[in-house]
Structure formats: structure tokens, C-alpha cells
Design a protein around this ligand. Structure first.
Ligand code: AMP
Length: 396
């Protein structure tokens, strides 16, 4: 079956068409600046990217462009729409309603809408994408795959905040966690690569990208993760602060004459390594600034690594041990310096990095030495493939 995977944001839509038999990407691309003007990118497997300016007043137009490109006589990859057997949609927040992926129905859309409060920037956009596809591809089964679902196995002791219990009961204020599709995919790959017994395996997944989170996966299940009610919590990220004393918010607001929503914008958009370094949110820029002797960039990098180390160490304690530590996403897959700086801190556990393996550019590599007490890996994440697999399972 050919499965269209859609990841819809408020002004963007990423897509991939995946052949579920071979698990190969047939074509992929991106619609950007939806509702502003519109850029459309299409790339057929093995061919160059085509980028064109095409007006996209709304997401329906973008989905139509995707369908037109995929079915195009010259450059398309399917003869007509009937070849697309199902659509998988990434949905950011499923609250406590969704512990796994689901076939989309009217009731499911309503339940996703009920989670809008928890992800006001993301869920409404996800629903717009779902509705646009339902209109243009009537009768095609659609599946929602949630970023939060994998973490629904967390025990209450891990997800409860130390605030009045009523706020959890009335409003669902608790830790949910994100990047679940990535944590799930990567931990499963590690179990396969190392031949671990899934039920007994203990894995710490470090998803280090522009958004970053860590997950403790015990027996194949998420038992603790670093993002919270929202994706602002936990690690120091590209532009997001991560963990911060809540008291600092009122303090900053008073000092700078800001209201709460202005402080939130600063914590989301002007903080993280960008805010700390004053250079960039991109680790490549941070590293070249460090090479040029920029002390503030060095401090930002050190703080990032320190935070990763403290979460990894905490999660090893939570699980009472660890078989493997794995790095994924933009920084985790590409930045050997970050991997080295983190892993060196776990020498006390008998973890040993294989420097040569750590330099490898392969997608899946064991980067610890054969005698290391804990295996360390880097594994390229593939959220789209995970979405396609869930979609296939439910659409069948
Ligand atoms: P993601 O959100 O997973 O796409 O990750 C994007 C981030 O990965 C970028 O903002 C960079 O900070 C980081 N990144 C990508 N490529 C490299 C690289 N070669 N070296 C260091 N960091 C990288």
C-alpha cells in the first residue's frame, strides 16, 4: 500500500509518500508560507528537489498541490489518487485520550479538538490538515499518530506536578511528553540492533534536535521524559529555555516590565542556546563561534551538555540501570562533539566511547567500545516511517 504521511503546521505542511511494502520514500516535500504567499517543494526519490512559488491561500490548496504533484504524468509517482491507500497524520497532543494511534472518525476529530487547549499552536493546524485531506480524498482511511501517545505509559509518580491535585483533575495539568514517535522508533531500533530482550531492556533515548527531549524506555515503554505539559520543559533547546525556576518568570516580568505572555514568548523563542550564546540556535554556528574563541558560545554549549548529562543520569537512576544510551535527531545524529562530551561523563559507569565509530556518518552505529558496560549508539530517527507503519496497521 502507498501511504501519504502528513505533518501539518500552522503555515507549513510536510509530506512523504511511502511504499509500505518496501518502506521506501517514493516522494517527499514541503508546502511553506501557507496563507502568506506560498512555496512548494517536491522531490521524487532519486531526483533533484523542485522548488516553486505557488500561492497557497489555505491548507486545502496545499493538499491539492501535493496530490497534483504525486499524480503528475511526468514527475509523479502514482498514476492516480486511488493508489494512495491511506493517510497518516502527525498530531502533536493527544492528552490522556490517546495512548496509541487511531483511525480518524468524527468522534476522534472532536477528541483531538478537546486537546487544543494543551497545544494551541499545533493541534488546530493538525486538524486543518486532516480536514483538508478528508475533503480532497474522501473514502481514504486516515490515521492520527500522536507525539504524546508513547508517553502515556508513564506512571503517575513521573507525570504528576507538585501543584494542587485539582489542577490535574480539572484541567489535565501534568507531564505529557513529546517526540513520542521518535522515542518509540529509536528505542525499537536499538532493541533490534543489539538483540535485546524487549521486556527487560533499559534504554535512554536522547532526541537532540532544535526541539530536544530525553526519554527513559524501560521494557519498551516510556517511563519518564523531559518535556512536560508543553514542549518548553526539560533540556536547553535551540530557542527554548527548557527547565527554569517558575519563580524566574515573575522576576523577569517585573524587572523588564513584561506580561506573562511576553515572558512565555521569550522562553519559547529567544532563549535556549540562542539566548545564552547570543549567536544562533544552530549548533553548527555555536561550534564555529567556539572555534573563534567566543566564550559565551562555549558557556551555552557547556550548559546544554550539562543539562543532557543530568537528565540521562537521572533516568538511569529511575530505571535502576541502563543497557543502552542512544542519540538521535539533528544534533544527536550529526554532532560527534556533543555525543563525546555527554558520554565522557558516564565513564564512572564503565561507559567507553569508540572515537572512530563516533566519527562515522552511517545512520545506525554502535559508538561504544566492545568492552563498554553500556552500549552507546547513534540512530537516525524516522518519524514518518513510524507514522506510515501505524497507519498501515490501522488502515488494513
Ligand atoms: P532537527 O530539529 O532534528 O531537525 O535538528 C536541527 C538542528 O540540528 C539544527 O538546528 C542544528 O543545531 C543541528 N544540526 C544539524 N546538522 C548538524 C551538524 N552537522 N552538526 C551539528 N549540529 C547539527
Amino acid at each position: 500500500m502507498k501511504i501519504l504521511v502528513i505533518n501539518c503546521g500552522s503555515s507549513s505542511l510536510k509530506y512523504q509518500l511511502i511504499d509500505s511494502d518496501t518502506e521506501k520514500v517514493l516522494a517527499k516535500g514541503l508546502c511553506e508560507r501557507i496563507g502568506i504567499d506560498g512555496m512548494f517543494t517536491y522531490q521524487k526519490a532519486g531526483c533533484d528537489k523542485q522548488v516553486s512559488q505557488i500561492d497557497q491561500p489555505d491548507h486545502k490548496k496545499s493538499v491539492q498541490l501535493v496530490i497534483d504533484a504525486l499524480t503528475d504524468k511526468e514527475n509523479g509517482v502514482v498514476a492516480d489518487l486511488s493508489e494512495i491507500g491511506a493517510v497518516g497524520h502527525r498530531v502533536v497532543h493527544g492528552g490522556e485520550k490517546f495512548a496509541s494511534s487511531v483511525l480518524i472518525t468524527e468522534e476522534v476529530i472532536k477528541a483531538i479538538e478537546e486537546c487544543n487547549d494543551l497545544a494551541p499552536l499545533h493541534n488546530p493546524a493538525n486538524i486543518i490538515g486532516i480536514n483538508a485531506c478528508r475533503e480532497l480524498m474522501p473514502g481514504v482511511p486516515m490515521v492520527a499518530v500522536f507525539d504524546t501517545a508513547f508517553h502515556q505509559t508513564m506512571p503517575a509518580e513521573a507525570f504528576l506536578y507538585g501543584i494542587p491535585y485539582d489542577y490535574y483533575k480539572k484541567y489535565g495539568v501534568r507531564k505529557y511528553g513529546f517526540h513520542g514517535t521518535s522515542h518509540s522508533y529509536v528505542s525499537k531500533r536499538v532493541i533490534d540492533i543489539l538483540g535485546l530482550e524487549a521486556e527487560k531492556s533499559k534504554i535512554v533515548v536522547c532526541h537532540l534536535g532544535n526541539g530536544a527531549s530525553i526519554c527513559a524506555v524501560d521494557g519498551g515503554k516510556s517511563v519518564e521524559t523531559s518535556m512536560g505539559l508543553t514542549p518548553l520543559m526539560g533540556l536547553i533547546m535551540g530557542t527554548r529555555s527548557g527547565e527554569i525556576d517558575p519563580g524566574a518568570m515573575e522576576f523577569i516580568a517585573n524587572k523588564e516590565g513584561l506580561n506573562l505572555s511576553e515572558v512565555m514568548t521569550i522562553l519559547n523563542k529567544r532563549s535556549g542556546v540562542l539566548g545564552l550564546s547570543g549567536v544562533s540556535s544552530d549548533f553548527r554556528d555555536i561550534e564555529s563561534a567556539i572555534e573563534d574563541g567566543n566564550e559565551q558560545a562555549k558557556a551555552a554549549m557547556d550548559a546544554f551538555v550539562h543539562r543532557v548529562v543530568s537528565y540521562v543520569g537521572g533516568y538511569i537512576a529511575v530505571m535502576g540501570g541502563v543497557d543502552a544510551i542512544v542519540f538521535t535527531a539533528g544534533i544527536g545524529e550529526n554532532d560527534k562533539g556533543v555525543r563525546k562530551a555527554v558520554i565522557e561523563k558516564f565513564g564512572y559507569l564503565g561507559v567507553k566511547l569508540d572515537e572512530e565509530a563516533n566519527n562515522s556518518r552511517e545512520d545506525e552505529v554502535i559508538i561504544s567500545t566492545p568492552d563498554s558496560k553500556v552500549k552507546v549508539l547513534k540512530v537516525a530517527t524516522n518519524e514518518e516511517l513510524m507514522i506510515a507503519r501505524d497507519t498501515l496497521a490501522l488502515a488494513k
